[in-house]
Design a protein around this ligand. Structure first.
Ligand SMILES: Nc1ncnc2c1ncn2[C@@H]1O[C@H](COP(=O)(O)OP(=O)(O)O)[C@@H](O)[C@H]1O
Ligand SMILES: [Mg+2]
Length: 309
């Protein structure tokens, strides 16, 4: 049998299983990754690794970074998404000219026991948050959510300052953001693969449900969303991601675009979208192999003096 080119690092469920089958169908040798105690001089046997578990199983992360340094292309790049957060992502979107809700990052309510308050916190301009000032920046109602959230964890709509304070007071060590509430007429969730293939789906966030509809966007809005998804994902360096937009008065506001391991169960996203996703990931893997692409690592900053760490 030929040498495996692609290793799949993922729980055994529909998407990785379908990827294995589809890649084999295209004549690309692939298998489930096998990783045990890993020595520094060990050679990674894969040309490409698709990772859908490193975000929750820490042992894989240093392995993936070491593999990338050897020239293995890791999807998604472990140097990117493990360092990302939503506030940075909004800042990036703003710089790229993508509409985003007004957002304020908040100092956390509680901290590690290594922080000796108040002395160690003298750099904070306000030890007690001035809520009137903060709310003045985003308005009410607003959304209070963690800067590194996922799966709706601790996402709250707040309608009054009292409600906001009460929820913030329970937020413990989470770093939270207060964000303008976008009262949307439509919500769109886009699968984006390889920074260039975009599938904008109609999504009902109240039911957390995908709605298969081929005509939910005007051509102009569809084109704008497609273009902004590419711009965001190319800048973020994500191979696989979803981007959510809340549409208000015809303007798409990017809400959540840090989903490097999106839920891809066919019973949730539909078989139609599942098939699209499997096909596009395979296309992307083929391109990466054919073009000899490797993952960006911090080596670039060493070899290029223009890039300063
Ligand atoms: N600024 C906002 N305006 C309106 N709704 C929002 C806003 N931010 C979040 N939401 C709602 O909350 C849901 C979860 O928030 P999101 O930012 O996507 O975090 P998570 O990463 O936990 O999914 C979104 O799908 C959306 O329905
Ligand atoms: Mg989300």
């Amino acid at each position: 049998m030929s040498k495996p080119l692609v290793g799949i690092l993922a729980p055994k469920n529909a998407l990785p299983e379908a990827l294995l089958q589809a890649l084999k169908g295209r004549g690309i040798a692939c298998e489930w990754c096998k990783v045990g105690p890993w020595s520094l001089d060990q050679a990674c046997p894969y040309r490409v690794i698709v990772d859908r578990i490193g975000h929750v199983y820490e042992f894989y992360r240093p392995f993936l970074k070491a593999a990338a340094l050897q020239g293995c292309y890791v999807m998604n790049n472990p140097f990117w998404f493990l360092a990302d957060d939503k506030f940075y992502n909004y800042s990036l979107a703003r710089k790229l000219g993508v509409a985003i809700p007004r957002t304020v990052l908040l100092p956390c309510k509680e901290y590690d026991e290594r922080v000796l308050a108040p002395d160690d916190l003298h750099n904070l301009s306000q030890l007690e948050i001035d809520w009137v000032e903060v709310v003045g920046k985003v308005g009410l109602p607003a959304i209070l959510k963690p800067y590194d959230g996922y799966g709706w964890r601790e996402v709250h709509r707040v309608d009054t300052v009292e409600q906001l304070k009460a929820i913030y007071d329970e937020s413990m060590m989470d770093v939270m953001m207060l964000q303008e509430f976008i009262d949307f007429e439509h919500y769109v969730r886009c699968f984006v693969v390889g920074g260039k293939w975009v599938l904008p789906t109609s999504y009902d966030p109240t039911q957390r449900r995908y709605v298969v509809d081929h005509d939910h966007l005007t051509p102009a809005l569809g084109q704008r969303i497609d273009e902004e998804c590419r711009r965001l994902n190319q800048a973020l360096g994500y191979d696989i991601n979803t981007v959510e937009f809340a549409i208000r008065d015809g303007v798409p506001y990017a809400i959540d675009f840090m989903n490097p391991v999106p839920d891809a169960r066919p019973e949730v996203i539909s078989w139609l979208y599942f098939t699209w996703l499997v096909d596009r990931i395979c296309d992307h893997i083929e391109e990466v192999i054919n073009q000899g692409r490797v993952s960006a690592t911090r080596m670039e900053s060493w070899s290029n003096p223009q890039v300063v760490c």
